[in-house]
Design a protein around this ligand. Structure first.
Ligand code: PEP
Ligand code: MG
Length: 898
């Protein structure tokens, strides 16, 4: 069995198909090498070895891979003409993790591995650059110490122990930049770093290159089970047993002088999706310098440089002299890079995110991967690639991550509010969007306020969780490819980076701009599309479904078979949903209408009435209000079916529980306070979700069903009279026996018949039922004899199949998820294995009687991608979900067909 795969010199053992085995990075390095891209030679240790390591431990695994690794190092030595550990002509390597999918910051990279007290001297002679050699050594101890040996800051307010040593030395020497260290300084740093390692870990820093290599490989394997990786895995639902590969690769240097450099580039704009090659680089620097945002980098293209200069308010002349683009500074290298980026995007047929290094005038490509992008960029790139004939329609649809569409449906800043907004500073528009929140300075405090903006000098992988919680991210340092920018775009989170005017003081928890001080808890707003940082809170408005987004939706509808309806209780929701492409309403919960002030009173009187007569009087008051609601909804959905569900919740939810309200109700009804109290107590249930609710209400109080039916039918006729088409579908909730449905259906049909006679008019309507009690799913064939349609209420069906109370599950579900008892929350993601069986059985049995029975879903799952796909596979006619999820469901419904 091969455990180590080599690449380099335009050939490779692996290829891009082998992501599971070689990890994304390893597979891409192999592929790039094979298609003739100049990647530094190296090898990949497979993800299987990581799994073996977790089972068998260090010793067993090292003996397993020893020979192959040693031979592969010899192969690199041969290709580079250098030797690992040799003091005259040393080979140095980098060691990186690489899971199947990119997990930014899971493990930091270790660079310059293979250096020690002897090798550093040889490196200095070979490169004729003593400063570079010692700087590499200093960086190596720092990285290896942090990543492999666990040298961390003592607390979050402290800085990294190595940084501290450097800061102290800078102060002593009166210098500011890392680049200002003298050779002697670097030697001192190496000495002090090693000393610090010994003090903190109790061990000498490893000087044997092979010991260094084995240590780094094991550290990569361990990083798979580190906190950051676990958090990232859980956030994305990646299983633990994937493991990570280890990539070992010859070092090339971007910091060998002014003829060297390093950068990151994107084949298209990762924020907007625009088809422009862009990126950033630094002369005389190593890759980490760009990503870590320590120095603000320069642009790759002349165009990018111009845009950036405008943003940073830099004069053209100054830009050209001090911040020239790579295109201007190294035209032939730029040309070569441009050719490679075109080749790579063409090869992978998707936007690529590449890293490169120029070593002494030679260009090396270190990495390429499918670039992370915002939701807006995702949509634009898919449509553009389609128009460029690079991918077909099906592929374009599959390129859209359903949940990422959500970003495009988020509110944007109200242009009117922006006119008067006070812009306090500007940074780079690293990830678009509108975010408003209270300032926090530490990632682990992001949840201190309901909405927060994380403000940092720069972010690091430790901040991942907090970045996810915060509404937006603002950093003082770093470019468009800094950690903050890349991660934020991946999360679809608004981010402004490199706002150099900000002075951040972590100890005092303040942000100062132009002498004005902002504190933790102060409101600020970020416009991630322009880079504007705004004081206070700015109002937001709803976005519109236009441009490429609309094109994706049109394409979705072309492919999908299943319809997408919406759950809407008001004309406004219905209109929003219709603008998002809803093809009808799958659920109108009528109870929500009763909670409005003027109605709740009549509702309460109805509930508290002792006689049928009293109840009818109260219902008569409610009738016109309900009719009006329904008219509005029918009009908003004219021409499309509207499913209205009869009253469902336990009556207890409507009665007053506070003494004051009870008293005023008693006065209104001319009864004693005592009588009200008794009635309220009578309605109290031990288990209301399994109590007097659903069709049980309509059976005990048939007048309610009659009133609601009358309201629906009269409203439909009124709308018809206005020349519009109303298509009512009346739905009975919580049916468990056929008889329950029959009793309700009789009332509905009789009432409708009466109204038709009164009006001397009629309209088509359906009477169907929700399937949300397991018994109903099992007896679906019997129910289908009478019901015109089924709609799966998977909220209740999940509640009753699992036996988890919907209202109490939040007490134990988080623990279940944490302990792995459940993989996902079944109220969010349909449990296909269990609840799904009932959905299947119910659909099949129903259709065994009525082959064309209309079947849909209206539980929360109707807008969740994996559940929507399941619904398609079961053969449903439609899914129904909240207005904002309609576009997502439309897309998934098309993807399911493809
Ligand atoms: C359901 O149970 O899935 C449903 C849609 O009804 P409700 O959530 O109102 O109980
Ligand atoms: Mg229900």
């Amino acid at each position: 069995k091969t455990r180590v795969y080599r690449f380099g010199n335009k050939s490779a053992d692996g290829n891009s198909e082998m992501k599971n085995l070689l990890g994304g990075k390893g597979a891409n390095l192999a592929e790039m090498s094979a298609i003739g891209i100049p990647v530094p030679p190296g090898f990949t240790i497979t993800t299987e070895v990581c799994t073996d390591y977790n089972l068998l431990g260090e010793e067993a695994v090292l003996s397993m891979i020893k020979e192959e690794v040693e031979a592969s190092i010899v192969n690199i030595e041969r290709l580079m003409g250098t030797k690992f550990g040799d003091k005259n002509n040393p080979l140095l390597v980098s060691v990186r993790s690489g899971a199947r999918v990119s997990m930014p910051g899971m493990m930091d990279t270790v660079l310059n591995l293979g250096i020690n007290d002897e090798v550093v001297l040889g490196l200095a002679i070979k490169t004729k650059n003593e400063h570079f050699a010692w700087d590499s050594y200093r960086r190596f101890i720092q990285m290896y110490g942090g990543v492999v040996l666990g040298m961390k800051p003592a607390s979050k307010e402290d800085i990294d122990p190595f940084e501290e040593i450097m800061e102290n030395l800078k102060e002593k020497r009166g210098i500011y930049l890392d680049t200002e260290f003298s050779i002697q300084d670097l030697k001192d740093l190496v000495y002090d770093f090693k000393d610090a390692v010994k003090k903190q870990t109790g061990h000498d820093f490893p000087i044997n290159p092979w010991d260094q290599l084995w240590g780094a490989i094991i550290a990569v394997f361990n990083s798979w089970n580190g906190n950051r990786a676990i958090y990232y895995r859980n956030m994305h639902g990646y299983p633990e047993d994937w493991g990570t590969a280890v990539n070992v690769q010859a070092m090339v240097y971007g910091n060998m002088g002014d003829n060297s450099g390093t950068g990151v580039c994107f084949t298209r704009d990762a924020g907007t999706g625009e088809n422009v090659f862009n990126g950033e680089y630094l002369i005389n620097a190593q890759g980490e310098d760009v990503v870590a945002g320590v120095r603000t980098p320069q642009q790759i293209t002349r165009l990018g440089s111009k845009r950036w200069a405008t943003l940073a308010k830099i004069e053209e002349q100054d830009r050209f002299e001090n911040y020239p683009s790579l295109e201007e500074l190294m035209p032939s290298i730029y040309k070569e890079l441009d050719a490679y980026q075109q080749k790579l995007e063409g090869h992978y047929r998707d936007m690529q995110d590449m890293e490169f290094t120029i070593q002494d005038g030679k260009l090396w490509i270190l990495q390429t991967r499918t670039g992370k992008r915002t939701g807006a960029a995702m949509v634009k790139i898919a449509i553009d690639l389609l128009k460029e004939n690079k991918i077909d329609e099906a592929e374009a649809l599959l390129r859209i991550e359903p949940n990422k569409l959500d970003e495009l449906l988020h509110p944007i800043f109200d242009p009117d509010a922006l006119k008067t907004a006070l812009i306090i500073a500007q940074g780079l528009p690293a990830s678009p969007g509108a975010a408003t929140g209270k300032i926090v300075f530490f990632a682990d405090e992001a949840n201190k306020f309901k909405t927060s903006i994380l403000v940092r000098i720069e972010t690091s992988p430790e901040d991942l969780e907090g970045m996810n919680i915060a509404k937006g991210i603002l950093t003082a340092r770093g470019g468009m490819t800094s950690h903050a920018a890349v991660v934020a775009r991946g999360m679809g989170k608004c981010c402004i980076s490199g706002a150099g005017a900000l002075k951040i003081n972590y100890k005092k928890r303040t942000l100062t701009v132009d002498g004005h001080e902002y504190h933790e808890g102060d409101w600020i707003s970020l416009n991630g599309s322009t880079g504007n940082i705004i004081e206070g809170k700015v109002n937001t408005i709803e976005p519109k479904l236009t441009g490429e987004f609309a094109e994706i939706m049109k394409l979705s509808d072309k492919y999908s078979v299943m319809k997408v309806r919406t759950n809407a209780d008001t004309p406004k929701d219905a209109r929003v949903a219709r603008s998002f492409g809803a093809q009808g309403i799958g659920l109108t919960r009528t109870e929500h209408m009763f909670f409005e002030v003027d109605r709740i009173k009549a509702m309460r009187e109805m509930i508290l009435a002792d006689t049928v007569k009293g109840r009818k009087l109260a219902l008569d008051e409610l009738l016109p209000m309900q009719r009006e609601d329904f008219e509005g909804i029918f009009e908003a959905m004219a021409g499309l079916p509207v499913t209205i569900r009869l009253l469902d919740p336990p009556l207890h939810e409507f009665v007053p529980h506070q003494l004051e309200t009870q008293r005023s109700l008693a006065e209104d009804m001319h009864i004693s306070l005592e009588a009200v109290k008794i009635k309220v107590a009578e309605l109290e249930e031990f288990n209301p979700m399994l109590g007097h609710r659903g069709c049980r209400l309509g059976i005990t109080y048939p007048e309610i069903t009659a009133m609601q039916t009358r309201a629906i039918i009269e409203a439909a006729l009124n709308v018809k009279a206005k020349g519009k088409i109303a298509i009512p579908e009346i739905m009975v909730p919580l049916v468990g026996t056929v008889k329950e449905f029959e009793v309700q259906e009789d009332i509905i049909r009789n009432t409708a018949h009466t109204v038709f006679k009164e009006r001397n008019d009629s309209i088509d309507y359906l009477v169907g039922t929700m399937i949300e009690i397991p018994r109903a799913a099992l007896l679906a064939d019997k129910i289908a004899k009478r019901a015109d349609f089924f709609s799966f209420g998977t909220n209740d069906l999940t509640q009753m199949t699992f036996g988890y109370s919907r209202d109490d599950a939040s007490k134990f579900l988080p623990v279940y998820l944490e302990k792995g008892v459940l993989k996902v929350d079944p109220f969010e993601v349909l449990d296909q294995e269990g609840v799904g069986q009932l959905v299947k059985i119910g659909t099949e049995r129903g259709r065994s009687i009525k082959p064309n029975l209309k079947v849909g879903i209206c539980g929360e799952h109707g807008g969740e991608p994996s559940s929507v796909e399941f619904c398609y596979n079961v053969g449903m006619n439609y899914v129904s979900c909240s207005p904002y999820r309609v576009p997502i469901a439309r897309l998934v419904s098309a993807q399911a067909v493809i």
